[in-house]
Unconditional design. Structure first.
Length: 537
C-alpha cells in the first residue's frame, strides 16, 4: 500500500493582501488546505504560516522553517492555496519549482491553480509567476505613491512617534507634544547647547534615572517586550550616547519631518540602505516643535565641531570657533618647543600647504593673548547688561539695523535684477517656441535654444531663492537681542573662559593676519560674532 505524503501546509499573507478581505486570509487558506489534504488522504506534518510577509522575500520565518523540515526529511509534499501564496518573485519561484523540489523529491501542489508536480506543471506557470511578480511591483509603486502623498500633506506614517511626542487622539496620522516626556527632550538639548557631549548627557540621564525611549515604548506600546520583560531594573534607565546623538540630530523636534533617510533596497528585498541627503524628503511645519530652531542649529554646529579631549585630557575650549579671516578655514592649536613653551594658533590652510604654496598666511596668535582678549570682551558685555540692559538692547538693535540696511540694499538690488532676467528668459523661451511651431526655426535649433534657456532659468530661479533666503535671514529683531542679553546675564561676572560659556555666547571668532605698524610692533584684529546678534564690538 502506498504511504501517504508527509505534507506541509504553507500559508502566507502580506499587509497589502488584507485589502482583498477574507478570500486570502490565513483562516481561509487553512480551511482550503486542510480540507484538500484530508480529501487526498495526506498526513499533515505541520502548518507553516507567514503573516504580514511579502511574497518577494523568501527569508520568511515560516518558509525557512518548512525548508529545514524538508532538509531533515520530515516533509515530502508542499501544498499551497495558489502560487501567489508561495511567492511573488519569478526567479526564485522557478528555482524552487524546477530545481529545488525535484532535487529533494518534493511534490508541490497549488490547489486553485490546479498545478501538481506529480502530474507535471503546465506551461503557463512561468507566466503566472511573472504576473504575480508584476502585481507585487505594481502594489509597491502604488503604496509608495500613496505614502509620498501622505508625507507631502504632513501626515505621520510611522509606527510610534519619537520620545516627546504621541499620536493625536483626535486627528488621524498626526502627532502632538507628549507633556509627560517633553521635559526629557528639553533637558537633552539644554545640556547640549551648554557644551555637553552625547556621552556626558547619557551619563547624566542614567544617573538621574530618566527612563529610556525604549522602555517608554515598551510601557506604552508593548514593543521590545523581550528586551524589557525580564531585564534588570537598571536597564530601564541606561542611556547610550548613540540614543542621545540620534535625538540631538532629529529635526522632528523643530517641527519638521524627514522621510526616505532609510529605504529598502527594492520591493524584492527588505534589506535597508542609508540614503544621501539629496534623496531625503523634508516637510517643514508638520507639528508643534519642542525645541527652538536657533537652539537646534546651534547644537548641530557644536556636534560638527565637537571639542575632543587633547592628549593631556584637557579640552580645547576654542575648538570650532576660531576661523581664519582670509580663507575661512579653522585655526589649529600648536605648542612651541622653547625653554618657556607657549601655545598658539595657526591657519589650517597655511599649516597644510605652507607659505610657498601661497594659499594663505599663518595668522598666528598666542593662546594667552586670545584668551585674555575674549574674556575682557565678555566681561565688558556682562557688565553692560547688569548696569543697563535696556540701553544695551537699543545699542544691539541699532547696530544690527545698520549692517542689515547695507546688506539688504545690496541683496534687494541683485534680487530685482535676477527677477527681471527671469521674466526676460520666459519671454525668450515663448518666442522660440512660437518660432518652432510656426516653422521659422528647425527642431534641432529649437532644442538647442530651449535647453540653453531652461538651464539659465533654473540657475536664475536658484539665485532668486538664495537672495530671498539671505534677505529673510538678515532681518534681525529685538527678540534676538533680548535672548542674547538673557544669556549673557546668566554668567554674572565671569573670571575664566569655559567651553560652555564660549559655546553659548559666541558663534565664531575671525583671526586676521597681524599688521606691522612700526618697528617691533604689530596690530592684529580679532572679530567676535556673538550668537543671535552678530558682531557688536
Amino acid at each position: 500500500m502506498k504511504q501517504p505524503y508527509n505534507t506541509a501546509l504553507y500559508m502566507r499573507l502580506s499587509c497589502d493582501d488584507e485589502n482583498y478581505g477574507d478570500s486570502v486570509s490565513i483562516e481561509t487558506q487553512r480551511l482550503v488546505l486542510t480540507a484538500f489534504a484530508r480529501e487526498q488522504g495526506f498526513f499533515i506534518v505541520d502548518e507553516y504560516v507567514d503573516d504580514g510577509w511579502s511574497g518577494t522575500n523568501f527569508e520568511r520565518p515560516g518558509f525557512q522553517r518548512m525548508l529545514k523540515d524538508i532538509e531533515d526529511g520530515r516533509v515530502n509534499c508542499v501544498v499551497v492555496k495558489d502560487l501567489s501564496r508561495f511567492g511573488r518573485e519569478h526567479v526564485m519561484m522557478g528555482y524552487y519549482l524546477e530545481f529545488y523540489f525535484p532535487e529533494k523529491r518534493i511534490r508541490f501542489i497549488s490547489i486553485t491553480d490546479n498545478e501538481d508536480t506529480e502530474k507535471g506543471l503546465s506551461d503557463i506557470v512561468p507566466v503566472k509567476n511573472l504576473f504575480n511578480e508584476f502585481f507585487a511591483r505594481d502594489t509597491s509603486r502604488k503604496v509608495k505613491a500613496a505614502l509620498r502623498a501622505k508625507h507631502a500633506a504632513g501626515e505621520f506614517t510611522g509606527t510610534h512617534p519619537r520620545i516627546g511626542y504621541k499620536k493625536d487622539p483626535e486627528r488621524k496620522n498626526r502627532i502632538i507634544i507628549d507633556e509627560e516626556t517633553r521635559w526629557i527632550v528639553e533637558m537633552i538639548f539644554d545640556m547640549a547647547a551648554h557644551g555637553a557631549g552625547s556621552k556626558k548627557i547619557a551619563k547624566e540621564l542614567t544617573m538621574q534615572k530618566v527612563p529610556t525611549p525604549g522602555y517608554l515604548d515598551y510601557q506604552r506600546y508593548g514593543t521590545f517586550a523581550n528586551a524589557y520583560r525580564d531585564a534588570p531594573p537598571e536597564k530601564t534607565y541606561t542611556w547610550t550616547s548613540n540614543t542621545v546623538s540620534s535625538i540631538l540630530k532629529d529635526e522632528t523636534y523643530i517641527g519638521n519631518t524627514i522621510h526616505y533617510r532609510i529605504t529598502n533596497v527594492s520591493y524584492k528585498s527588505k534589506k535597508h540602505r542609508v540614503n544621501s541627503q539629496d534623496v531625503w524628503f523634508r516637510v517643514e511645519g508638520t507639528h508643534e516643535p519642542i525645541v527652538d530652531k536657533d537652539e537646534f542649529w546651534q547644537v548641530q554646529e557644536q556636534i560638527t565641531n565637537r571639542r575632543r579631549p587633547m592628549k593631556n585630557q584637557t579640552i580645547q575650549i576654542f575648538s570650532g570657533l576660531l576661523k581664519c579671516a582670509d580663507c575661512g578655514k579653522h585655526m589649529a592649536l600648536f605648542q612651541t618647543t622653547q625653554k618657556v613653551p607657549y601655545r598658539y594658533f595657526n591657519c589650517n590652510t597655511y599649516r597644510m600647504y605652507g607659505k610657498s604654496a601661497g594659499a594663505c598666511t599663518s595668522h598666528a596668535i598666542r593662546y594667552d593673548v586670545l584668551y585674555q582678549y575674549v574674556l575682557s570682551r565678555i566681561q565688558h558685555w556682562t557688565y553692560q547688561a547688569r548696569q543697563d540692559d535696556q540701553s544695551l538692547l537699543e545699542k544691539l538693535v541699532n547696530a544690527t539695523s545698520q549692517e542689515q540696511k547695507a546688506s539688504s540694499r545690496k541683496w534687494a538690488a541683485e534680487l530685482k535684477k535676477a527677477e527681471k532676467r527671469k521674466e526676460e528668459l520666459d519671454r525668450r523661451f515663448m518666442k522660440v517656441y512660437e518660432d518652432w511651431t510656426d516653422g521659422r526655426i528647425s527642431e534641432s535649433n529649437f532644442r538647442m535654444l530651449s535647453q540653453k534657456y531652461q538651464a539659465e532659468q533654473q540657475e536664475t530661479e536658484a539665485k532668486i531663492e538664495h537672495l530671498k533666503a539671505s534677505i529673510a535671514a538678515e532681518k534681525q529683531t529685538a527678540a534676538d537681542a533680548e535672548k542674547w542679553i538673557r544669556l549673557i546675564k546668566k554668567y554674572g561676572t565671569p573670571t575664566e573662559l569655559t567651553a560652555e560659556l564660549l559655546n553659548t555666547l559666541i558663534e565664531k571668532i575671525l583671526i586676521h593676519e597681524p599688521v606691522k605698524v612700526m618697528k617691533g610692533l604689530k596690530e592684529q584684529e580679532i572679530e567676535i560674532f556673538y550668537r543671535f546678534v552678530g558682531k557688536i564690538d
